[in-house]
Design a protein around this ligand. Structure first.
Ligand code: ATP
Length: 226
């Protein structure tokens, strides 16, 4: 089984507090994996380490067998509350991306934004539409691994389902591997293949969704919205 992400003893600390500690996990290629856990559990820290935005204080992380810095062209990253350039339209953002990246698939990005007005400034789109634009831009880079930090937290149920549908389409069409963080499980159990549960800077559980859902509820509590 090919691994998109593999960590061994991975840790990051801020002064004397470990934000992530002794983390051993794997993300199989071609799957959607949810990184769940309460606020402050270490989810953002883990995503930043995998994206090569932070340097570990212990252990290592590999992306498709390489250090993140060597895998950067294959990694897409959408930060929490990604600020789009508010004065530019989705069409302009798609065109600009193409000038910066030779792998860029502008046609696929436009197709994914079927119901988003392409000629409206991003600042005038709804939150759900902005999230769709951020996702389409990240996918236009054709990453083999897409890291998403809390992509659905601020979306209403309809926008959340639309976002997850786009994500599942990209995985089905292109074999993209997705690692996304969330403090909610709502809708994710139908979308994700695997779960990794983080709490207090440590991996508490990891494995296929079906096997873990019940166990997750006993660690983190009932899922929000249920
Ligand atoms: P959230 O959903 O609230 O962002 P999270 O699960 O993503 O939570 P992290 O952001 O990774 O968690 O934070 C893990 C821990 O590390 C928290 O206790 C946080 O306060 C701490 N931390 C994160 N970044 C820093 C920083 N730059 N300096 C100091 N402490 C930090």
């Amino acid at each position: 089984m090919e691994l998109a992400v593999e960590t061994r003893g991975l840790g990051k600390r801020y002064r004397r507090t470990w934000a992530l500690r002794d983390c051993d996990l794997t993300v199989p290629a071609g799957r959607i994996v949810a990184l769940v856990g309460p606020n402050g559990a270490g989810k953002t820290t883990l995503l930043h380490l995998a994206a090569g935005l932070l340097r570990p204080d212990s252990g290592e992380v590999r992306v498709f067998g390489h250090p993140p810095a060597a895998a950067l062209p294959e990694i897409g990253f959408v930060a929490q509350d990604t600020p789009l350039y508010r004065d530019f339209t989705a069409a302009e953002l798609i065109t600009m991306g193409g000038k910066l990246n030779h792998r860029w698939d502008a046609a696929a990005a436009r197709a994914r934004l079927g119901r988003v007005p392409l000629d409206r400034p991003a600042g005038k789109l709804s939150g759900g539409q902005r999230a769709q634009v951020a996702l389409a831009l990240a996918l236009a880079k054709r990453p083999r691994l897409l890291l998403l930090d809390e992509p659905i937290a601020s979306l209403d149920p309809l926008a959340r389902r639309e976002f997850l549908r786009t994500l599942m389409g990209a995985v089905a069409d292109d074999g993209t591997t997705v690692l996304l963080s969330s403090h909610l499980l709502t809708d994710l159990e139908r979308t994700c293949d695997h779960l990794i549960v983080l709490q207090d800077a440590r991996v508490r559980l990891a494995g296929p969704v079906d096997e873990l859902l019940d166990a997750h509820r006993t660690v983190v509590g009932p899922r929000a919205g249920s």
